[in-house]
Design a protein around this ligand. Structure first.
Ligand SMILES: Nc1ncnc2c1ncn2[C@@H]1O[C@H](COP(=O)(O)OP(=O)(O)OP(=O)(O)O)[C@@H](O)[C@H]1O
Length: 310
């Protein structure tokens, strides 16, 4: 299990690094094997930062991330990191950034052979690459031996997923992997992620696209300004959102027959008419606690002040 336990990230900011900015605060959630967890939130809410910390591209400032019980911050040395990346890999929005333009794109495969499978014969390796490419629905004749600029974003993205397959990883951080793809490739990559999940891979799916999150994930985590405001079983979070930010986020999906002002006015009117009280409603002046409150089984919300603007 990939477990985030009260994870906080503070970046140094300012010309001389004298200032601080908290990008993620006290975030706790888990990604289990064979499960897709969507991290949803607007731009700057801290989604990528959480993914980067799991991949050790960014350090954890407070709290801890464990992978199958091992605290990832404690991994030191080539051997330990190599073993870790054998289990956890990331694929990002811009696949071009993962390739060196002066080398052929399939170098991403030969590099892992050199690092992880030096004992595997050339012909056996070619078979494994062909099999991984087949799974991601790429034709080896069309992609092998080509430079990154000769391939489309979708092809490069799928090659990175094939690389993850060759490594036989347990967890994948997929950070906006769909955004750059055209509509038909999107569905292919989504279905591919579903296949990977069926093979037992745990996937942290970072997105700002609610529909994609709803389509693919078992669990949904809603981030707002670096804090988890709601999380739980996707079906529950989507059908019965409780936090004002989640409600607003869902209401802001364009409704073609309505103007945004109308939607917002409706939300406000509904809230004003709602006199129900719940354990997650805070009294005026009460501080927002970092612990989330259970709404129902598998559905949690951060306590909030009623009618607070988000
Ligand atoms: N290296 C860094 N140094 C300082 N601030 C950073 C750094 N990386 C990210 N941030 C800030 O942290 C916040 C969260 O960034 P992050 O990239 O995690 O957001 P995000 O939710 O993934 O956004 P997007 O959807 O736009 O990618 C942002 O305000 C961003 O400017």
């Amino acid at each position: 299990m990939l477990k985030f336990d009260r994870v906080t990230k503070v970046y140094k900011v300012g010309a001389f690094g004298g200032g601080e900015f908290t990008a993620v605060r006290d975030a706790s959630f888990e990604v289990r094997p064979g499960e897709v967890v969507s991290l949803i939130g607007e731009s700057g809410s801290g989604k990528s930062t959480l993914g980067k910390m799991a991949l050790r591209i960014a350090s954890v400032s407070k709290g801890k991330i464990t992978c199958d019980g091992i605290d990832v911050s404690t991994l030191r040395g080539h051997r330990a990191l190599k073993d870790y990346y054998r289990k956890v890999q990331g694929v990002f929005q811009d696949p071009f950034s993962s390739y060196n333009p002066i080398f052929k794109a399939d170098r991403v495969f030969s590099m892992i052979r050199e690092e992880y499978y030096p004992e595997v014969s050339q012909s056996e390796w070619q078979d494994r690459v062909a099999e991984a490419l087949k799974v991601v629905r790429l034709d080896p004749n069309q992609v092998l031996g080509k430079y990154p600029h000769q391939l489309s974003g979708g092809q490069l993205q799928r090659m990175l997923l094939a690389r993850a397959l060759l490594l036989d990883i347990d967890y994948l951080v997929a950070d906006e992997v769909i955004s750059m793809l055209d509509a038909s490739t999107r569905i292919d990559v989504l279905n591919l992620l579903a296949d990977l999940k069926a093979r037992g891979m745990g996937i942290l799916f970072v997105t700002h696209d609610l529909a994609l999150g709803n389509y693919i994930s078992d669990q949904t985590v809603i981030l707002y300004k670096g804090e988890i405001v709601e999380r739980g079983v996707t079906e529950k979070v989507f059908s019965d959102p409780r936090h004002p930010y989640t409600k607003k986020l869902f209401a802001s999906v364009p409704q073609f027959h309505k103007k945004w002002e109308e939607v917002e006015a409706e939300l406000r009117a509904k809230e004003a008419a709602d006199t129900s009280t719940h354990p997650y409603h805070l009294e005026e002046g009460q501080e927002v606690p970092s612990e989330l409150v259970q709404v129902s089984e598998g559905h949690y919300v951060q306590p909030f002040h009623r009618r607070a603007a988000v």
